[in-house]
Design a protein around this ligand. Structure first.
Ligand SMILES: Nc1ncnc2c1ncn2[C@@H]1O[C@H](COP(=O)(O)OP(=O)(O)OP(=O)(O)O)[C@@H](O)[C@H]1O
Ligand SMILES: [Mg+2]
Length: 320
């Protein structure tokens, strides 16, 4: 009986098992090996073979490993060295701008400990699942979204340890993304082990770094670039955020955090500069209310469309 094989549900590799069958003592497992190195795949196969072999009634184990997901859309990770620089805001709005340009866009909120995309895109509802695969939530802006924030109440994921966090991320990346053209991945802040393993698991084709213009933030951005270099992910561009402030009352422009620092750093590091976004109170208000400015006409919308175009251009120049 197949129920015997349900013992595998608590196996560390359980999320990778796509189907299992027991017939005449032969256990047949279909296992998703996408995004894994060959040696990792072999090691997983050995673990599952051993685990299934010890189940009563199983005399033979057959494992079919599926390779890369068919037609898997390229993922682009959005990262930063430090927190609060506007990664999530920019990721949400880039996704919306790309959708307005006719792209089919997915967004994975990989900030497992502080998911903000359900708020930014006004899509807190729980995704449905089919055959253990999550179906991304259609937001009102033509972007499909999966976030841990849709799966657990705020704050709950904070206690997760490494393996649980990795398992949660795998559920998001292995969601039923359908025929999206590309997927943006909003990373948590920082360059620690969590980010390293997230990047290794998600296997993005490229990364975008968000930085504010001041020197300290740029040192952190350099760290983020290092992180991607260590994981063989090409950095396809830098975006400068909170560059310049236009006073809503008198129209005077000022530079609370300086301006142009990220562009200069990009040039020094040989990384494309994709553009800058000014500090704007209306952008923050609209973001908090789940109304991404990229969905509307106006200066902010135009800025995000320009950034999205620069991103697509940079991606084309950086084929992988
Ligand atoms: N250009 C901007 N003008 C005004 N406010 C901004 C701008 N960019 C981001 N913000 C605001 O700054 C705060 C932090 O932005 P956001 O959450 O996008 O940053 P983050 O880098 O994703 O942060 P975390 O590291 O916590 O994930 C938010 O309140 C957001 O609305
Ligand atoms: Mg964020």
């Amino acid at each position: 009986m197949d129920e015997q094989l349900n013992r595998l549900d608590s196996h560390p590799d359980a999320l990778r098992i796509r189907s299992k069958k027991l017939e005449g003592g032969v256990a047949t497992l279909i296992v998703d090996g996408s995004g894994m190195r060959n040696d990792e795949r072999k090691a997983m196969e050995t673990r599952l073979r051993e685990a299934a072999g010890t189940i009563p009634g199983v005399s033979e184990v057959r494992i079919a490993m599926t390779a890369a997901r068919k037609g898997a859309a390229p993922m682009i990770a959005i990262g930063s060295g430090k927190g609060g620089v506007g990664k999530s805001t920019i990721t949400a709005n880039l996704a919306v701008a790309l959708a307005r340009m006719g792209k089919k866009v997915g967004l994975i909120d990989a900030d497992i400990y502080g998911p903000s995309q359900p708020t930014l895109l006004g899509a807190p509802q729980r995704p449905e699942a089919k055959d253990k695969q999550l179906i991304p939530v259609d937001t009102a802006f033509g972007v499909k979204l999966l976030s841990v924030g849709q799966l657990v109440p705020a704050g709950q994921a904070l206690a997760w340890r490494g393996p649980m966090a990795a398992g949660a991320l795998a559920q998001l990346t292995d969601g039923d993304w359908g025929d999206v053209d590309l997927i943006l991945v909003d990373l948590p802040p920082g360059t620690g082990d969590v980010q390293l393993s997230l990047v290794q698991k998600a296997k993005p084709v490229g990364a975008v770094i968000v930085s504010t213009p001041q020197d300290l933030a740029l040192i952190d951005a350099t760290r983020a670039i290092d992180l991607f270099a260590r994981t063989d992910v090409p950095v396809i561009g830098i975006i400068e955020n909170m560059a310049g402030y236009i006073c809503p009352h008198c129209g005077e422009e000022s530079d609370p955090f300086g301006s142009g620092g990220a562009e200069a750093s990009a040039a020094r590091l040989g990384v494309p500069f994709l553009g800058r976004l000014p500090l704007s109170a209306s952008l923050r208000k609209a973001s908090d209310a789940g109304r991404p400015p990229a969905a509307e006409d106006g200066p902010a919308g135009e800025t995000f469309v320009a950034l999205a175009k620069a991103l697509l251009d940079a991606l084309e120049r950086n084929p992988s």
